[in-house]
Design a protein around this ligand. Structure first.
Ligand code: HEC
Length: 300
């Protein structure tokens, strides 16, 4: 179908002037439409009705002179429990506050593997840089993790479930490098770009230089940084924080401790009288091959 120009021309009611106005409007319309596909601009858009577009406000992470601590963002009120992170249900009123509290990760012990060093008055000790000094937690906070006291009858069963969890996760994530015995001779470990330690060296046993449970926990969460002058990779060992939860990390630590015991802890760490007994038993029972294992853990 074509535009009925004949009709326009033939219509007596449309004067010559009227027709030129019609054309003018049409051309103007086309030109104006063309303007819509114009250049990009970095200028702010024109505001015809500014209303509430611009108003004084704080942006996230910015500073403020209003609050004493100089931050615009406020800290959550002590004891705040996060809502909405996931649907929680329990039989009483549909809210499991204990589980919710877990989201806060407020328990420094359990969630960082470190604890703040306190002085005699219970105040945090500061280091030279003015930060609170912290140290690795000596022992896995097992009662907090299991929710059972050691003295309770239920402790044994809960602990062996925990150990089984540790074994499972160890065999998924660590065994490839650190080996089933923890001697660093896993199939990937022997081909890895950085040499792996054996956990049967004295420094890794409880009481040793790197023997705190919190140190193992921290290593799982953060990996081992590669420090030096020319560093091709930032980590010698990757972090497993996205693969295992805090709870599972502690379970792995407990499993590693069991491996160390099974493979023989350094005799120095055992009291004199038990040491003699142990030495007798050790020479009597053949154990898994630890021939290449350094430290005092080998057959003595
Ligand atoms: C991809 C290989 C790899 C995997 C998998 C791996 N590690 Fe490691 N790990 C290393 C290497 C390499 C080192 C030695 C780094 C160094 O030079 O200190 C190491 C060192 C360690 C150390 C001692 C750190 C130190 O400073 O002495 C601990 C503890 C440790 N790993 C725990 C674990 C645990 C637990 C797992 C399982 C969650 C795990 N690793 C998985 C490669 C690995």
């Amino acid at each position: 179908m074509t535009f009925p120009m004949d009709y326009l021309r033939a219509t007596p009611t449309l004067s010559r002037f009227g027709r030129s106005v019609g054309w003018f409007v049409l051309v103007l319309g086309v030109v104006a439409l063309g303007g819509c596909r114009g250049e990009r601009s970095d200028n702010r858009p024109r505001q015809f009705f500014p209303d509430l577009d611009d108003q004084p406000k704080y942006k996230a992470q910015s500073g403020s002179t209003f609050f004493a601590d100089g931050r615009s963002m406020r800290e959550p009120v002590a004891g705040t429990v996060p809502f909405g992170a996931k649907p929680f249900t329990d039989e009483f009123g549909g809210v499991d506050f204990a589980e919710r509290e877990g989201y806060l990760k407020a328990d420094e012990h359990v969630f960082t593997g470190k604890e703040t060093v306190l002085d005699a008055e219970g105040k945090p000790v500061m280091d030279a840089a003015g930060a609170e000094r912290s140290m690795y937690v000596e022992r896995t906070p097992i009662e907090e993790l299991l929710g059972v006291k050691r003295a309770d009858a239920a402790f044994g069963a809960a602990y062996s479930d925990f150990m089984a969890l540790g074994e499972k996760k160890f065999n998924i994530y660590c065994v490839v490098c650190h080996g089933a015995l923890g001697d660093g001779k896993g199939t990937v470990g022997t081909r890895w770009s950085y040499p792996l330690p054996t956990w049967h060296a004295e420094q890794y046993y409880r009481g040793g230089e790197k023997g705190a449970d919190g140190f193992f926990f921290f290593t799982i969460r953060h990996g081992v940084p590669n420090v030096g002058e020319s560093v091709p990779y930032p980590l010698k060992m990757p972090s497993y924080a996205t693969k295992v939860s805090e709870r599972e990390s502690w379970a792995i630590v407990e499993y590693v401790r069991a491996l160390q015991k099974q493979q023989g802890s350094p005799l120095q760490s055992v009291p004199e009288r038990e040491r003699i007994e142990l030495e007798k038993r050790r020479s009597a029972t053949p154990r898994a091959s630890t021939g290449s294992v350094s430290g005092k853990g080998g057959v003595s």
